[in-house]
Write a protein that binds this ligand. Structure first.
Ligand code: GLY
Length: 424
């Protein structure tokens, strides 16, 4: 079969890498892809948001399955556009994608379904929102309702920072229409865990858990990023809390969607906090996590395409997933200066040496082919180096040894990825 992967980051490279291992797959297209994906697939220069052009391409090439990586096209209705044309697509339609596209929608659904999550109030008026802050106790979680490219959540330690976050949404319109509605949420304390789940209506098939690192600096310092590393499984998540997450969060959420007449088809990503009262939902996303996917898929023994087809064809209830016992650690290699200003266009060396190491895979994120076929940097997060090992100490040592074989000007990475999992 022919598969089209939409997107061009580390998550999409990991998806393409796993899809390429399926005996069912003869040909892969990526739109737009990156230099790493180009080694496994034919990259076509259509942007991930160009829904109509992607559907026309899939129809012309007789693509059997399209897998959508990022959230923006899903929220914009890419799955609806494909299904209207009779094209098979892995990802929720526009109505279901509100689980990420509207924090208000997701929060209401959770409250309706009795899913544990932080308390929240919703505002469309800055004065009313300020009054809520004035009457509350910090820290405050201020969230833009819509998609904001990962920048829509502020954890304000005092009233003043909360007011600034409200001003950014309501007055400066930093997120446009996405910030016209704002949630002020209870701050939840605890370790974060991500569980990505295949969903088809009420049927769910959860994947192994992962944890990501959002801050740029060691020890979780500095500004938030798109993710600086990840690992799977998560020793801090007990079997009992995993079971609770599945039975008290994922299953009731799928049921609540179905009860509203919404058939969710794709991956539902639950961002959880392990509180003293058990797992609670921080957020839902409607796609694979980045960089969690890069640490989860190397551990998956089963055929990813089979699982995706099970969703598309309505037979998820009779599908299972098998996992390697090994730990996986993913270190994100970034351009110096990221997440603020950084330069692009630097040649990268050592990719082959790193990728040749046993159980190491180098996923590309911000890369492209430069003159003479050299791979050069083309983004803030440049590479994701994933390594499997019999335990976290082993996987970390391998991942960092591979990272040290890679070189480009001003390259930067955190040195403490998965350190908290060692010995866990
Ligand atoms: N790792 C966070 C995300 O994928 O949204």
């Amino acid at each position: 079969m022919k598969v089209l992967v939409v997107g061009g980051g580390g998550r999409e490279h990991a998806l393409t890498w796993k899809i390429a291992q399926s005996p069912l797959v003869k040909r892969i297209y990526c739109a737009p892809g990156n230099a790493g994906m180009a080694a496994l697939a034919e990259c076509v220069s259509i942007k991930a948001e160009d829904v109509e052009a992607l559907a026309a391409f899939a129809a012309e090439k007789k693509v059997d399955l399209t897998v959508v990586g990022p959230e923006a096209p899903l929220v914009a209705g890419i799955a609806d556009a494909f299904r209207r044309r009779g094209l098979a697509v892995f990802g929720p339609d526009r109505e279901a994608a509100q689980m990420e596209g509207s924090k208000d929608f997701a929060k209401r659904l959770m409250l309706e379904a009795g899913v544990p999550t932080g308390k929240a109030e919703v505002f469309t008026d800055i004065e009313e929102a300020k009054a809520c802050i004035a009457g509350g106790k910090p820290p405050f979680v201020v969230k833009a309702d819509g998609l904001a490219a990962g920048k829509g959540v502020v954890i304000a330690q005092d009233d003043r920072s909360a007011y600034e976050a409200l001003k950014a949404c309501f007055l400066d319109r930093a997120f446009g229409a996405a910030g016209e509605k704002v949630l002020i949420e209870e701050f939840l304390q605890g370790q974060e865990v991500s569980i990505l789940t295949f969903v088809d209506g009420e049927d769910i098939l959860p994947m192994a858990p992962a944890q990501d690192y959002k801050r740029v600096g060691d020890g979780d310092t500095g500004p938030n990023t798109g993710g600086m590393g990840s690992y799977s499984p998560v020793p801090a998540l007990s079997d009992e809390d995993y079971r609770r997450a599945v039975e008290e969060i994922l299953r009731p959420t799928a049921r609540a969607l179905a009860a509203r007449g919404i058939r969710y088809r794709g991956i539902l990503y639950a961002g959880l906090i392990l509180t003293s009262e058990g797992p609670k939902v921080l957020e839902f996303n409607v796609r694979f996590g980045d960089p969690e996917t890069q640490a989860v898929l190397p551990r998956l023994k089963s055929d990813l395409v089979e699982a995706m087809l099970a969703v598309v064809e309505g037979r998820l209830a009779s599908t299972n997933l098998e996992w390697r016992d090994d730990a996986c650690v993913t270190v994100v290699v970034a351009s110096g200066g990221y997440p603020a200003d950084y330069a692009k266009g630097y040649p990268i060396s050592g990719l082959d040496e790193a990728g040749a190491m046993e159980d190491v895979t180098v996923f590309h994120a911000g890369t492209r082919l430069g003159d003479g076929g050299r791979i050069i940097t083309d983004g803030g997060r440049v590479l994701n180096v994933s390594a499997l090992g019999r335990d976290f100490a082993h996987a970390r040592a391998r991942a960092y040894e591979a990272v040290e074989r890679i070189r480009f000007q001003d390259m930067y990475y955190r040195g403490d990825i998965a350190l908290r999992a060692v010995g866990g």
